[in-house]
Design a binder for this molecule. Structure first.
Ligand code: NAD
Length: 491
């Protein structure tokens, strides 16, 4: 039965008043409607923010000891584990990704709650040795009300990367999932409700970015907005946030270079480059969408990579045979197909792929072949702009200097990798790559302990690790006079 999703505000499941304008949530592998979600109004969003504000001020969450808050986070993690299979299936049905990818997301989501449960127990302030009779210290406090805005490519994991540190630090939150993929996040809030997190602490509001998201970014009652999504929308969020100068954290797009030197282990480099771009059907912010290959192995690499790309089995996420799944929406599929046409018009050579897949029932969903372009100029749009799909360009380079120049030649700076068996060269080059997330001789592994975020137009701030907690904390210095005497300054 098609599910009617609801908002979760002040511990109650409520619908929007706009019942005649619901969002149809599709399974992108079949176009079947799997749920309806509210299109919440600005006024209703403001009400959710008011609840979060009042709840924050009440101290019902921020005044708990860190041990008490951490225990809630542990219970949420346990609930995710208990409902693992259900959440995986929901993510596959709503996002279109294959099961193995969804298993990674859901498993990591539980671990992220555990990581912040552990971290918040250890985060301490500082003390400073200052001239007597003063004692100086620094304490950490929650920021207040956090507005959390999430994209559709990793629906539950991106929500958790924000929720876990925000809640651990003692903030109250209003979270807006992407309109395309609200299903797992709604289930997560049911689990949050079941563990008894005090009402009003965690609020969920469905709806349009231009209404709900914009209201969160603009509101004077929101103290920090944490956004993951496209660079264009991120710029708008930053502008909207100036009203009350709220803290802003932006995790944005990428066009990440994957640099392969001639002395790399060839088969490993081919294998990892495939994983780098086609994991998640290329709908991954850190995708290795620009492969740079050193001249001596360029032709051999293009041949081996393209052959393996053409053999990838694309299909529904719930088919164990599929190696990557559907584009998450028709709009995204059309955008990717449009970029493929742009690439051809720009004069790039299409080596493999380039088509929507329609055989064997795939016409019901939004599937695109793994697509490889060569003979590209560095200023072509398919080299410079984020496509966010299974499309990769391969460019040759000569030596370290040119590799670094090409790697850093876009507006983005999210991720990047180097493949070489010379560790000194690999380190020299990766240190010059202006990106926040980098790898040597591998692609994509991420850890809850390590900061995630971009240089340049890939964002501001960092998710995860201690850095991810910083977004949701204020730091305060307290200076204590140990000899309470007049200064005598104006005597
Ligand atoms: P998007 O920018 O279209 O939307 C992201 C979220 O913002 C959605 O919830 C959307 O409803 C909301 N939104 C849209 N307009 C808004 C507005 N005017 N005000 C406030 N909120 C608004 O991005 P998307 O298409 O959902 O996601 C894909 C993008 O996300 C890609 O660019 C990808 O690189 C990026 N991404 C980045 C990271 C990272 O960690 N850097 C991770 C995942 C995705």
């Amino acid at each position: 039965m098609t599910k009617q999703l609801k908002n979760y505000i002040n511990g109650e499941w409520t619908d929007s008043s706009q019942t005649d304008d619901r969002n149809e949530v599709l399974n992108p592998a079949t176009q079947e409607v799997i749920a309806y979600a509210p299109r919440t109004t600005k006024e209703e969003t403001e009400e959710a923010i008011r609840v979060a504000r009042e709840t924050y001020e009440s101290g019902v969450w921020s005044d708990l000891t860190v041990h008490e808050r951490a225990a809630y986070l542990d219970r949420i993690a346990d609930q995710i584990d208990e409902h693992f299979e259900e959440l995986v299936d929901l993510e596959v049905a709503n996002n279109g990704k294959i099961k193995a990818e969804a298993e990674f997301d859901i498993g990591d989501a539980a671990e992220c709650f555990r990581y912040y449960s552990g971290l918040i127990r250890t985060v301490q302030g500082e003390t400073y040795e200052v001239p007597e009779p003063m004692q100086a210290m620094v304490v950490r406090e929650p920021v207040g009300v956090a507005g959390l805005i999430v994209p559709w490519n990793l629906p539950m994991l991106m929500a958790v990367w924000k929720l876990a540190p925000a809640l651990a630090a003692g903030n109250t939150v209003v979270l807006k999932p992407a309109e395309l993929t609200p299903v797992t996040t709604t289930r997560l809030f049911e689990l949050i409700d079941e563990v008894g997190v005090p009402k009003g602490v965690a609020n969920l509001v469905h709806g349009r970015g231009s209404v709900v998201g914009q209201t969160l970014a603009e509101s004077d009652d929101v103290d920090v907005v944490s956004f993951t999504g496209s660079t264009d929308v991120g710029k708008g969020i930053m502008k909207a946030a100036t009203g009350n100068l709220k803290k802003v954290s932006l995790e944005l797009g990428g066009k990440s270079p994957n640099i392969i030197f001639a002395d790399a282990k060839f088969d490993v480099a081919v294998d990892m480059a495939l994983f780098g771009i086609f994991f998640g059907a290329g709908q991954v912010c850190s995708a290795g969408s620009r492969i740079l290959v050193e001249e001596p192995i360029y032709d051999r690499f293009v041949e081996a990579f393209s052959k393996r790309a053409s053999e990838i089995r694309v299909g529904p996420g719930n088919d164990p045979n599929s190696q990557f799944g559907a584009m998450t929406s028709e709009k995204q599929m059309n955008r990717v197909l449009e970029y493929i046409e742009i690439g051809k018009k720009e004069g790039a050579t299409l080596v493999t792929g380039g088509q929507r897949l329609t055989e064997n029932g795939l016409d019901r969903g939004f599937f695109i072949e793994p697509t490889v372009f060569v003979d590209v100029d560095n200023d072509m749009r398919i080299v410079q702009e984020e496509i966010f799909g299974p499309v990769v360009t391969i460019q040759p380079f000569n030596g370290e200097k040119e590799a670094i120049e090409l790697a850093n030649s876009t507006d983005y700076g999210l991720a990047g990798a180097v493949f070489s068996q010379d560790p000194a060269k690999a380190l020299r080059v990766i240190k010059k790559v202006r990106s926040g997330i980098t790898w040597v001789n591998t692609y994509h592994p991420t850890y809850n302990e390590a900061p995630w975020g971009g240089y340049k137009q890939s964002g501001i701030g960092r998710s995860l690790g201690t850095y991810g907690l910083d977004d949701f904390q204020e730091v305060k210095q307290i200076n204590i006079n140990l000899e309470v005497e007049p200064t005598g300054w104006f005597d």
